[in-house]
Design a protein around this ligand. Structure first.
Ligand code: TYM
Length: 344
């Protein structure tokens, strides 16, 4: 069966959104709505896999939804909602917990990284099972395309494995119910562009992340112009001038990262950025990058602030999105109940 092309993606309302979230995901959500039917979720159920203060979770959930819209996502044309409003996510995740194997989950590098050197026994069961909920998020809508940053690649491979195993395990039941043999699609990750993995401004061997204790390592979506410029000026670089060609970036992690950020913000390629700046020193490049980042991010931050000042309107578009999401979700879930043999 040919699946209707449909995009699903989500961002956690935990910590503050940073440039990696914007370039790796949110900016690309905006691009994909031009060509696809899109569902964008604020994954609050994922956020509570580590402790979240309830007031803060409410604030962060609205802020992420506001940032989607401020960046250009249209909540009327597309579906924007918070995950917990559509209970079928949890329901399908349970079925997938019974499809996925312990060995698969144990191999998840994000789990391994998060628990490395720590007491894994003290982590929540939810954190371990989290990729199964992520598969449910995607497959509940039979999404065919998922725009994400590079760090989510393995979770999307797991989603494909879960879909294939479900289709296979329940093949006789699918037939009996008169449903297609490929009930769940084998979803394609969409990991593209010059900034699929934005690195720390302080240590370009590490991903830019919410949890890095060094403030200067990340640019926040809500940073003011001053903070953005300071962080870029203080970003670690090497002593060489910028290369003129892309292969000159090989082995130069900091240069590769900053040029990638410039290319993504200006919607060109790294090669084009190097044509412009090749042979120049870091001073001029950093000034241009700071100006560009401020020009692109400041309007989004201003609009996000404007939107969060009226939480009622955010709640309204998310309730509307959730109502539309629920219709698709219940359609899938009612079939899944029949397929697995649940009565009722
Ligand atoms: P989360 O909330 O950690 O990040 C949201 C999105 O931002 C991307 N991202 C980055 N991209 C480039 N460079 C970086 N340094 C960087 N840091 C984060 C992430 O790849 C992601 O696309 N498990 C997901 C949320 C999720 C989800 C889903 C995503 C739950 N269900 C279903 C897609 C489909 C997560 O924790 O993302």
């Amino acid at each position: 069966m040919a699946f209707t092309p449909r995009v699903f993606s989500g961002t956690q309302p935990s910590g503050d959104l940073h440039l990696g979230n914007y370039l790796g995901a949110i900016k690309r959500y905006v691009e994909m709505q031009k060509t696809h039917e899109c569902i964008y979720c604020v994954v609050d159920m994922h956020a509570i896999t580590v402790w979240q203060d309830p007031d803060n979770l409410r604030r962060a959930t609205r802020e992420v939804a506001a940032a989607y819209v401020a960046a250009g996502v249209d909540p009327k044309k597309n579906i924007v909602f918070n995950q917990s409003r559509v209970h079928q996510h949890a329901e399908l995740a349970w079925v997938f917990n019974c499809v996925a194997r312990m060995g698969w989950m144990n191999r998840m590098t994000q789990w391994k990284d998060k628990t490395a050197g720590k007491n894994a026994e003290a982590e929540s069961l939810g954190l371990f099972a989290y990729p199964s909920l992520m598969a449910a998020d995607i497959l509940l809508y039979k999404a065919t395309h998922v725009p994400v940053g590079d760090d989510q690649k393995q979770h999307l491979e797991l989603t494909r494995d879960i879909a294939a195993k479900f289709n296979n395990d329940y093949a006789p039941s699918l037939k009996e119910q008169g449903l297609d043999a490929d009930f769940f699609p084998i979803t394609a990750p969409v990991i593209a562009g010059p900034a699929t993995r934005v690195m720390s401004l302080k240590d370009a061997s590490k991903k830019m992340s919410k949890s890095d204790p060094a403030e200067g390592a990340r640019i926040l979506l809500m940073d003011d112009a001053d903070a953005i410029a300071k962080k870029i000026k203080r970003a670690t670089t090497d002593p060489e001038p910028l290369p003129s060609e892309e292969r000159g970036l090989e082995g130069r992690l900091e240069a590769n990262n900053l040029v990638g950020i410039f290319a993504a913000l200006s919607e060109t390629s790294k090669a084009a950025v190097l044509t412009q700046f090749g042979g120049q020193g870091w001073g001029a490049f950093k000034t241009a990058l700071a100006d560009l980042a401020v020009a692109k991010l400041a309007p989004i931050a201003a609009e996000t602030r404007h939107l969060v000042a009226d939480p009622g309107s955010i709640d309204a578009f998310m309730a509307d999105g959730a109502a539309r999401a629920s219709e698709i979700a219940e359609q899938t879930m009612s079939e899944v109940r029949r397929i697995v043999g649940f009565l009722g």
